[in-house]
Design a binder for this molecule. Structure first.
Ligand code: MTE
Ligand code: MO
Length: 272
């Protein structure tokens, strides 16, 4: 089956949308893209910037087809997106795990892979430039804190799903292919500050949600230290407690990871 949506580079947005709609009607789309296409999601999808003439989420799903099970996108409920002008700077809230001064030059993202220790893919370090080399995603979504306030923010970063699709760290086999064996993919992702003072756990479906970002920009500016520089988590399908600031480590695991606020009585999933 040929899943690629081939359009001449010069094709206009309208032509692209028409082509996608035509293919949609003819059920050419993958399960993942079809899930994104549900009601509001469809409008969201076709309003995204295009990458080589195809809206990026669709293109990403198409590219990720052999690497990531489309099933992980099939329950993707998209959080609402807002007009750019509505974006504001949120208050800074919470500084657990951010007590020591940040040295941006020395900062590295340390990722512990799901493959057994000793395998080549079992752990790896990344610079911010590595994360910024992944496709950049911008979205305007609402940060909701369990304390009762919320702020609409314009976020910029890379999808965690794209990171997972690019580096073979989330699989037991240490390869990118998850299609053959479903349990090759880790069930959870744990993230923590470099000092381990704040930590969150995510189920893999939430981690691979198309709106889950490794974020390095807020409202068009590089993240400030208080808001989690150089890299923070953003996932608008969950409450702010999951938006880990100053990510130091990411670990792929089958054990449900510890979660700072779950240990203090809040719901581990913290969805809304
Ligand atoms: N490292 C770290 N990240 C954190 C917190 C924290 O205490 N430490 N607080 C969380 C909470 S409760 C919220 S609401 C958001 C707030 O993000 P902001 O300060 O950018 O508004 O950060 C989240 N990330
Ligand atoms: Mo919060």
């Amino acid at each position: 089956m040929n899943n690629s949506v081939k359009m001449p580079p010069s094709a206009g947005k309208a032509a692209v949308e028409q082509e996608i709609r035509r293919r949609s009607r003819r059920s050419f789309l993958l399960a993942g893209a079809a899930a994104l296409a549900g009601l509001g999601g469809w409008r969201w999808l076709i309003s995204r910037p295009t990458e080589a003439g195809v809206p990026w989420p669709l293109r990403r799903v198409l590219e990720a087809n052999r690497q990531l099970s489309a099933e992980y996108f099939s329950h993707a409920h998209l959080a609402p997106v807002f007009a750019n002008q509505r974006a504001r700077m949120p208050r800074t809230n919470g500084s657990a795990g951010m007590q020591s001064a940040l040295d941006p030059a020395a900062w590295r993202l340390r990722v512990r892979g799901f493959a057994p220790q000793g395998s080549p893919a079992s752990s790896q370090e990344f610079t911010l430039a590595d994360i910024q080399a992944l496709p950049k995603v911008e979205m305007v979504t609402e940060l909701k804190c369990i304390e009762g306030w919320s702020t609409i923010v314009h976020w910029g970063g890379a999808r965690l799903a794209d990171f997972v699709a690019r580096y073979p760290l989330a699989t037991r086999s240490g390869t990118l292919s998850q299609s053959a064996e479903k349990n090759d993919l880790a069930s959870y992702v744990g993230l923590a500050t470099p000092d381990g003072g704040y930590y969150v756990g995510l189920d893999m479906a939430s981690a691979l949600h198309p709106q889950t970002l490794l974020c390095y920009e807020m409202n068009g500016q590089p993240l400030t230290e208080k808001h989690g520089a150089p890299l923070r988590l953003v996932l608008p399908v969950k409450y702010g407690i999951k938006y880990l600031k100053r990510i130091g480590t990411i670990a792929f695991t089958n054990q449900r990871p510890a979660d700072y606020w779950a240990e203090r009585g809040y719901d581990w999933d913290a969805g809304h």
